[in-house]
Design a protein around this ligand. Structure first.
Ligand SMILES: *Cc1c(COP(=O)(O)O)cnc(C)c1O
Length: 475
């Protein structure tokens, strides 16, 4: 029953391929956003009963129909959202292959090709960040949050040799880490998961330009040392989630070195700038980082989830994660290879690297540079369109994240919700410098000038509605 017969499989694969192609070819014609109808979806699922099996094609169609209907279509060119990509075609093919071959990548001996392919991609990307090829090490993760958690564990292990064995209770002073007030919230969660608690994260003030201020970091570290705390890690963000801002990596790297702190650069989204000769300079200094978080499922357009932790300390992952295990395969013992589970917080693990390798092979560095530059140009176009129409841009970044407001509108959330409900586009709001602002990001390699202008039109329409309903009644 779990293996379908060849004729049924043939029909299923045909239908599956057709459904995938139909989505890729026609997602543009869908509403970007679904109605919010939890009761309706639960009702629908109540009809799914496992007492009576249904034909496989019917089950497949059920999933396809409801994914079309009940999903914010992140692959839509008018999804201007939170770094979620339209998946690269070769990434979709890769993920399908991985499900079919189901390589178990915990042990090298079970998946020699998968393990070496991941190591190859990691070295290639590490080199693009300026790491020396021989020193590059790293591991594929579920996403940026796991990569950042890995960074905390690596930094603790590096700074406190007793940490791996005895844990935080063996430390004679409290560890603290530093990240800007604009850094990703995954660091607070990771601090909790490491047993430090969120109080161990020192939020360093960001200046008016939303970049971390090295001078503020320096004095905070000095104050903490005076109090008897143990600073161990500085996080720079290269492309903040809110506003696409890049911390001053070079001075922060120098300061971290001077203070003897591990320097991690969270480049989950913005790291893709390393693949564009035009943008590469924005990341200057990243080559001195001890470790980097980079999400291929963001600007590299890999399907979810493809996080990467990179480091130029080839021994730190083993020190952090390796534990002796009797039952793991020994078929490769004596060879110069690494078992991935000794480098990761995961054990059984999916072959994540293939959905990065295949698009990289098919697009090449030039293909990626072109896509990244084009999305950056679309960001500039959106900035120009919004400015022309009387919106004020409130963030400064060369990357395609645009935060904006209109001082005549006290509650920009109303405008954004009106756009989202119209189904014409998806954008969001966030808080910057104490104010709620609208936020749009170019995150899709297919977003065109026409899509950008359509978003601006949609915003104009929503703003008119909000302004007219707020205006005094003249009737
Ligand atoms: C998205 C993001 C993360 C979290 O990554 P996930 O892949 O969502 O787990 C961390 N840091 C930054 C800067 C991000 O943009």
């Amino acid at each position: 029953m779990l293996q379908l017969d060849p004729a049924e499989r043939a029909r299923l694969w045909d239908r599956l391929a057709a459904a995938i192609e139909e989505y890729a070819a026609h997602v543009d014609s869908a509403r970007v956003t679904p109605p919010m109808e939890p009761d309706k979806i639960r009702e629908l699922l109540r009809g799914v009963r496992f007492e009576q099996p249904v034909p496989p094609l019917e089950a497949l169609d059920f999933a396809v129909r409801n994914l079309w209907r009940h999903q914010t279509h992140t692959p839509h060119p008018r999804y201007f959202g939170l770094f979620n990509p339209a998946p690269a075609t070769m990434g979709i093919a890769a993920d399908a292959l991985v499900a079919a071959f189901n390589p178990q990548i915990a042990a090298w001996a079970h998946s020699p090709f998968a393990a070496e392919a991941e190591a190859h991609v990691i070295r290639a990307l590490g080199e693009r960040f300026g790491f020396e090829r021989e020193a590059v090490d790293g591991v594929f993760c579920s996403g940026g949050a796991e990569a950042n958690h890995t960074a905390l564990l690596a930094a603790l292990t590096h700074r406190f040799p007793g940490f791996a064995g005895e844990g935080v209770r063996s430390l004679d002073s409290d560890p603290v880490l530093y990240a800007s007030a604009e850094s990703h919230d995954s660091f607070r969660k990771a601090a909790r998961l490491c047993g430090l608690g969120t109080g161990a994260v020192r939020e360093v003030p960001a200046g008016n330009d939303l970049r971390m201020e090295p001078a503020a970091l320096k004095s905070q570290v000095a104050r903490d040392r005076k109090k008897g705390l143990a600073p161990f890690l500085v996080v720079s963000t290269a492309g903040t989630t809110n506003a696409g801002v890049i911390d001053p990596i070079q001075p922060l790297a120098a300061l971290a070195a001077q203070e003897g702190l591990w320097h991690h650069v969270d480049a989950a989204w913005g790291g893709a700038a390393a693949l564009s000769p035009k943008l590469r300079g924005l990341l200057d200094g990243i080559e001195h980082a001890d470790s980097i978080t980079f999400d291929a499922h963001k600007w590299l357009s890999a399907p979810m989830g493809a996080g990467i932790f990179l480091t130029r300390d080839p021994s730190i992952l083993s020190k952090t994660f390796s534990t002796p295990t009797a039952y793991m395969p020994k078929d490769a013992s004596g060879l110069d290879v690494t078992d991935p589970h000794l480098h990761s917080m995961q054990w059984s693990r999916r072959f994540i690297g293939l959905k990065v390798l295949l698009p990289m092979m098919a697009a090449g560095w030039d293909g990626y540079a072109e896509a990244i530059d084009r999305m950056t140009e679309m960001g500039e176009l959106l900035r120009r369109e919004l400015t022309k129409r009387g919106w004020r841009i409130v963030n400064q970044t060369p990357l395609p994240v645009i935060c904006f407001e209109d001082s005549r509108i006290p509650d920009v959330e109303l405008v954004v919700q009106s756009v989202v409900r119209s189904g014409e586009a998806w954008i969001s709001t966030t808080r910057l410098a104490g104010r709620t602002v609208a936020r749009a990001c170019i995150t899709n390699y297919r977003t065109s000038g026409e899509d950008v202008r359509a978003l601006a039109d949609s915003l104009d329409k929503a703003r008119r509605q909000v302004l007219s309903s707020a205006a005094p009644d003249r009737e």
